[in-house]
Design a protein around this ligand. Sequence first.
Ligand code: AMP
Length: 211
Amino acid sequence: MRLVLLGPPGSGKGTQATRLAQRLAIPQLSTGDMLRAAVAAGTSTGRKAKAAMERGELVPDELVVAIVADRIMQPDARNGFILDGFPRTVAQAQALNDILLTRGLNLDGVIELKVDEKVLLDRILNRAREAKSSGQSVRADDTEGALKVRLEEYRRLTEPLTGYYRASGILKSIDGLQPMNKVEISIFEALNASTRPVTAATAREVRQQPA
Ligand code: AMP
C-alpha cells in the first residue's frame, strides 16, 4: 500500500505514520528525518537545506523530490510505503505522480489530519519544553518564530494539496484532535472503506486494542 500523510506541524502526523507503518509492515519515509540526517552528516543536500529548515521554510522542491525518488526505489519500499512530510507542494505532488507513473505504480490513499491551528502552537511548544526538561534534544525549528513560519508555509503551500488530491478521489480527511488511538482507528476505517482487504483485518486489530 502506498500512502501519503498530510497534516500541519503538531498534528500528530509523524506518530500516526509510525503506527501505520508498523501495522502495515511497510517503511515510514519521513523527508524531515532524511533532511535532518543529511544536515547532521554535512552532505551537500544537508548544506543546501540547513538554513531554510532552521527558519521553518520549505527546502527547494528539486532537492526533496530527488531524495524521495531515490528512497522509494529501495528494496524495503517495494511493497509500499507511508510518505510522511512529502509531498508538501503541488509541484512535489505532480513529481511524485510522475515518478510512480513511470514505474506503473499509483497512490492508494492520501490521509489529511485536520487540526485547529490554534492548538498547534501550544502543542509544539509544550513538546519542545518537555523534550528539553527530560534532557532530550530539541529540534532547531521547534521555536515560536520558526513554528509560525512552518504553519504559514503549510497554509500557503501544502494546504492546496488537499484540493489536488480531493479531485483525484483519494483524499481522506480525519479529525486529528481526537485521542491518538481514535485517530488511528479513523484512519483504518477510512482506508478500509476504499482500499484493499489488507486494511480490513488491521482495522479490526486497531479497534480491539485498549483505548
Ligand atoms: P518535518 O520533520 O516534516 O516537520 O520537516 C522539517 C523541515 O524539513 C520542514 O520545515 C522543511 O524545512 C523540511 N522539509 C521536510 N519535508 C519537506 C518537503 N517535502 N518539502 C520541502 N521541505 C521539506
